[in-house]
Design a protein around this ligand. Structure first.
Ligand code: FES
Length: 139
């Protein structure tokens, strides 16, 4: 009789631990895989032009998702989604190569967002960008 009580208690404890462990693993996986910016509102983001010299990139959040603005060495301005088109990792700017690398599976993109190599199936999504009176506006 007493053994049954202990077994039942032990079973409840193990069940609780298993549920907690499952939640601890499942939530980060869900956050990683969930579509980004699904509930985001559109708008614009501005940055002072002086914060983006030629050859540099500036990452920002646009419409609830990671984005990046590039000022190429010849002065062109490009705004892109920073979300890799393979599995959604955030790309990184490689100033020396003037392009983007995805840290997850080594996808490479040009500064214009075109795929150079690796698994990404499509270019990075282009975003509207303009410059006026020393202010860069994305969106
Ligand atoms: S998620 Fe970017 S290359 Fe796989």
């Amino acid at each position: 009789m007493e053994n049954n009580g202990r077994r039942k208690f032990l079973g409840l404890c193990l069940g609780g631990l298993a549920a907690g462990a499952t939640a601890a693993v499942a939530y980060p996986v869900y956050r990683y895989l969930a579509p980004r910016g699904a509930d985001a509102t559109a708008g614009t983001v501005t940055i002072p032009e002086k914060e983006l010299p030629p050859g540099e990139a500036k990452f920002l959040e646009f419409a609830g998702s990671a984005a990046v603005v590039v000022r190429t060495k010849n002065g062109d301005l490009i705004a892109l989604s920073a979300v890799c088109t393979h599995l959604g990792c955030i790309v990184q700017w490689e100033k020396d190569k003037q392009g983007f690398v995805c840290p997850c599976h080594a996808g490479y993109y040009t500064a214009n967002g075109d795929v150079i190599s690796g698994p990404p199936p499509r270019p990075l999504k282009k975003l509207p960008v303009r410059i006026a009176d020393g202010v860069i506006t994305v969106g």
